[in-house]
Design a protein around this ligand. Sequence first.
Ligand SMILES: Cc1cc2nc3c(=O)[nH]c(=O)nc-3n(C[C@H](O)[C@H](O)[C@H](O)COP(=O)(O)O)c2cc1C
Length: 233
Amino acid sequence: MSSDWTRRTFLGAAGAAIPGAAARGRPRQDSSAGTSVKILGIACSPRRGKTTAAAVKLCLEAARQARPNVEVELIDLGGLKMNGDLAAGIPLEAGQQDDFPKIEQKMRDPAVAGIIIGTPVYFSNMSSLCKAFLDRWMVFRSNFALRSKVGGAIAVGAARNGGQELTLQAIHAAMLCQDMIVVSDGRPTARLGGILVTGGKEDISQDEAGLTTVKGLGARVAEVALMLRRGAV
Ligand SMILES: Cc1cc2nc3c(=O)[nH]c(=O)nc-3n(C[C@H](O)[C@H](O)[C@H](O)COP(=O)(O)O)c2cc1C
């Protein structure tokens, strides 16, 4: 994958291509033609619109470009309040804000077949915003409303070996508790998901290997979501 492609995608260049058949101008043959899915990408940095959101956006764009009939939506939790205590039955105090119901409503859309969670790495784990958000998924567990939805995760850290893999595993564990189907970034890398290193520059565009994992994750989530939807699991 050329760095040129990577940078053009970042700049949102119209018609930016993806590797493989679509990059050569041919629509990818897809036996799930006619089946459509929606994939949500949820960025869980308290800093709205920063590196985590950029990574999730890129992942969703790769999902959309990889397969026909894939609709995507980016949800940036930056600036929103997720009250984790509510998951444990502790009521909100007067004046406390809680934005989870707005996101819950989007997640309950029957068209949603895939969910990608992106988080910054905080001390080798997910952000507290991300953890509080995942704790609130308790509401889905009563009837396993997220069962068989495809799950993928992205971790953005400042350092190489900064705890990205541990972070991804923690998100995967929460997804497995919902009976979701967790996927990797697919062939040929097939690692735990999207793994990015900013080098402390607040910029993911230079991490070429990391960008490949993020785009691979998007394509893989789209692929499996369509496969499952076709089989109506
Ligand atoms: C409290 C805190 C802890 C952090 N811990 C780590 C860490 O363990 N490993 C790492 O690579 N980066 C760590 N970072 C850096 C962030 O992961 C990195 O800056 C990330 O890009 C922030 O995402 P954002 O730009 O979407 O907010 C930490 C940052 C903060 C604020």
